[in-house]
Design a protein around this ligand. Structure first.
Ligand SMILES: Cc1ncc(COP(=O)(O)O)c(C=O)c1O
Length: 496
């Protein structure tokens, strides 16, 4: 094997020097270095500038189309010019998800080793599809998956793969669930009415008819109502339908609510129904003591999806899926075409493409591994805890503020609230209009970005605090601005 790396390989530099030119799609090593240094410089400068800039930057379609639409050039132009144009005109025109005041949706703030890992993975041109094609990367993915397994409290024999994100994790999990159930006709899938839309889509993709996707109501804290689930399953069985999977939330994206995982696992086991936990957002809370308590019961699920590109500080895309028995995934996905017969090295040398929907796969494990090796788990635990602490503090601030009202219990890193001055007697429509106006003000007139959701019919402002670089000042000043805009909006009402 070692002979393969020795004599045959001539460095690009030597080859370029010898021929005095580069191929059509090649570059001289000096230029490659110059461009890579420039790219690194532009990215580091961006990160250092971030705090002083707005969390959101965007443009309307026509402006961007005028700027960017055009035929691909027949002849190229200087690479440095192209690089700088990308950094100036394209890349910055987007939500800065890693801005310390980026509180909308589910933000993320990648670590630098993670960013570099993606660059190196591309440079080494890894395809993490099979053991033969990428044995080092495959082994590293098994290492990272084993870390996840231990954090989740899963047994030996559990396993999985890294995916593009929570969407792919849910699809893979539901395929495994369907096959485990024997792919019955008239199959049904259940989730709470707070379940993420990707689970609805995953159910559709595996062939569940929309009318057989059950949205189970929640309790007052936006957690799935167990009795309603039990009833729904019993009614469906009585109608001759075949329940195959329940998707539980371990951190809904609206409020951060965690479903009653222990009870759901007990019920699903007794009923022979696959339990998938969508922990895309909340899953990495498991590395902290507080998170482990909140997610108790997750270890009993048949599968868990969790996104390192959310609360484990990695660049997109870095999702993961673990199943309690890795053979359930392999039975569902392994296909052995003749053209890939050379890649079958036996059970000790798994082909990760046999565990999910992709054959060609990017090497996502490296970013997670490099980040953890560089900073250590203690730093990751502190960073995840910090989000929960800041969210709890924001919740207290809101509860004590005379202009603000908490609309759901703070859970994981999410705070849902609205402007509602104490004793104002404002009706629901007026409150909604007022809070929409506040949201618009923050969007256009403040460095921070927050988003909204609807909770039990009430329009709610929503802050998701996950960034390891966010400080209490970032949170408090944003809340102060919201209260200030709220006061303005309410006094405008009084004058109309
Ligand atoms: C709870 C939850 N599940 C699933 C997803 C989808 O994950 P992805 O965007 O990585 O596919 C999200 C995304 O925000 C989420 O918050």
């Amino acid at each position: 094997m070692t002979g393969k790396t020795g004599s045959k390989t001539e460095t690009r530099s030597a080859s370029a020097k010898r021929s005095g030119s580069c191929g059509d799609l090649q570059m001289a090593p000096e230029l490659m270095m110059e461009l890579a240094c420039k790219a690194a410089e532009l990215v580091v400068e961006r990160i250092n500038r971030l705090h002083g800039e707005d969390a959101w930057e965007g443009e309307f379609r026509q402006e961007l189309e005028d700027r960017l639409m055009g035929d691909p050039p027949e002849a190229g132009r200087p690479a440095m010019e192209v690089l700088e144009q990308a950094a100036r005109e394209i890349l910055p025109v987007s939500l800065r998800l890693d801005h310390p005041r980026s509180f909308a949706f589910i933000p993320t703030s990648p670590t630098w080793p993670g960013v570099l890992a993606d660059f190196m993975t591309s440079g080494f041109n890894v395809n993490a599809c099979t053991w033969l094609v990428a044995s080092g990367p495959s082994q590293l993915e098994l290492v990272v998956i084993d870390w996840f397994r231990r954090w989740l409290g899963y047994p030996e024999g559990a396993g999985g793969l890294l995916t593009s994100g929570g969407s792919a994790a849910s699809i893979n999990a539901l395929v495994a669930a369907r096959e485990q159930a024997g792919n019955p006709e008239q199959a049904t899938v259940y989730m709470s009415d707070q379940g993420h839309s990707v689970n609805i889509r995953a159910a559709r993709i595996i062939g569940i008819r929309p009318k057989h996707i059950r949205m189970v109501p929640c309790d007052g804290h936006f957690r799935l109502d167990m009795e309603a689930l039990v009833r729904a399953v019993a009614e469906d069985r009585a109608q001759g339908l075949n329940p195959i999977a329940v998707c539980a939330n371990a951190g809904t994206s609206s409020t951060g609510a965690v479903d009653p995982l222990e009870k759901m696992a007990e019920f699903c086991e007794a009923e022979g129904i696959w339990l998938h936990v969508d922990a895309a957002y909340g899953g990495f809370a498991i590395v902290t003591d507080q998170g482990r308590k909140l997610l108790r019961g997750i270890e009993h699920a048949d599968s868990v999806g969790l996104d390192a590109h959310k609360w484990f500080f990695q660049p997109y895309e870095a999702g993961g899926l673990l199943v309690k028995d890795v053979r359930t995934l392999e039975r569902a996905f392994a296909v052995r075409p003749d053209v890939l017969q050379d890649t079958i090295w036996g059970a000790d040398h798994p082909n990760l493409s046999d565990r999910g929907l992709q054959l060609s796969r990017s090497f996502r494990a490296l970013k997670i591994w490099m980040s953890v090796q560089t900073f250590g788990m203690a730093a990751f635990r502190r960073a995840v805890s910090k989000g929960m602490e800041l969210a709890a503090r924001a919740g207290e601030y809101v509860s004590e503020h005379p202009m603000l009202e908490l609309l759901s219990p703070v859970s994981l890193g999410i705070v849902c609230f609205r402007v509602n001055p104490a004793d104002s007697g404002l009706g629901e429509d007026t409150l909604e209009n007022t809070n929409r106006a506040v949201l618009t003000h923050i969007f256009w007139d403040n460095r921070a970005l927050i988003s909204s959701t609807t909770l039990g019919g009430k329009f709610s402002l929503r802050m998701c605090i996950l960034n390891h670089a966010t400080t209490w000042d970032d949170v408090k000043e944003t809340l102060e601005a919201i209260a200030g805009f709220g006061e303005e909006a309410v006094s405008n009402l009084a004058h109309t």
